[in-house]
Write a protein of this length. Structure first.
Length: 256
């Protein structure tokens, strides 16, 4: 049993990301996505117009602006009203768990208020998995409260989610990124052996100035889009017996 989720991160980060992800979902092998909130109203409209039924929430502490004001979550702020950067956190910025919980709950409420159906949780830059055990436990609690599966990226996050009673894909592949983006990398999945559900992370987009300005991951996004919409790829995976699923099937697929 080889089941594959191709999840496109950064839905809503920029208009180019939103359009590229929708193209890869409609015309390619992307089966799910996770949403950031900079262009929330536009993203919701785009998803509804496309007919996409639900998506994940890409919880963030490292990009964009916090939902809550600095008077409530001062530790989360960096420069110019934006979140602190990944480098700030990795350099040892103080983690105030109560503020992270308040902000993530606010992001969840903002998502749910749109009427979109939540089908999983993950996080930008995988911050839930490396910012400490307390943050990882919080992430698991939120997924459990929402009744949705979540992303695991390593043994530690997998075990934490299991302890929280949260379903997750059996395996995670984050190598289709930057230097790892190639047609060969995708084709090799056809001959790769696994039993269960594998999540493949992707970041397709069309080029726009906004993406170029705010993201350090730029040109490869368009290359990803071209590869993920190649009809030959879907056919190769079909012939290899790989079943494409979304996060909606996680848990159910693991008990087949």
């Amino acid at each position: 049993m080889r089941k594959l989720i191709v999840n496109a991160d950064d839905f809503g980060l920029t208009r180019g990301c939103t359009e590229g992800i929708l193209q890869a979902w409609k015309n390619g092998v992307v089966t799910d996505t996770s949403l950031l909130t900079p262009h929330l109203a536009e993203t919701v409209k785009a998803e509804q117009t496309a007919g996409m039924d639900g998506c994940g929430l890409h919880l963030t502490l490292t990009v964009g602006r916090p939902v809550l004001p600095a008077s409530i979550v001062p530790s989360l702020y960096g420069n110019a009203g934006h979140f602190a950067t990944r480098a700030d956190w990795q350099a040892g910025k103080q983690v105030v768990l109560a503020e992270i919980e308040a902000e993530w709950r606010a992001q969840l409420q903002r998502f749910l208020a749109t009427g979109l159906r939540l089908n999983h949780l993950d996080s930008h830059h995988h911050v839930h998995a490396w910012l400490g055990e307390d943050v990882l436990a919080l992430f698991g609690r939120l997924a459990k409260e929402c009744g949705v599966p979540a992303r695991q990226i390593d043994v530690g996050s997998q075990q934490a989610l299991q302890q929280a009673g949260v379903a997750a894909p059996d395996f995670f592949d984050g190598d289709f990124f930057d230097a790892g983006v190639s047609a060969e990398a995708l084709r090799q999945l056809a001959s790769r052996s696994w039993n269960g559900v594998l999540e493949l992370m992707a970041h397709p987009a069309i080029h726009d100035e906004e993406t170029w300005q705010i993201s350090s991951y730029r040109a490869k996004r368009e290359e990803e889009l071209a590869l993920l919409t190649d009809p030959a790829l879907r056919e190769a995976w079909r012939q290899a017996g790989i079943e494409l699923i979304s996060f909606d099937a996680v848990g159910e697929a693991q008990h087949v």
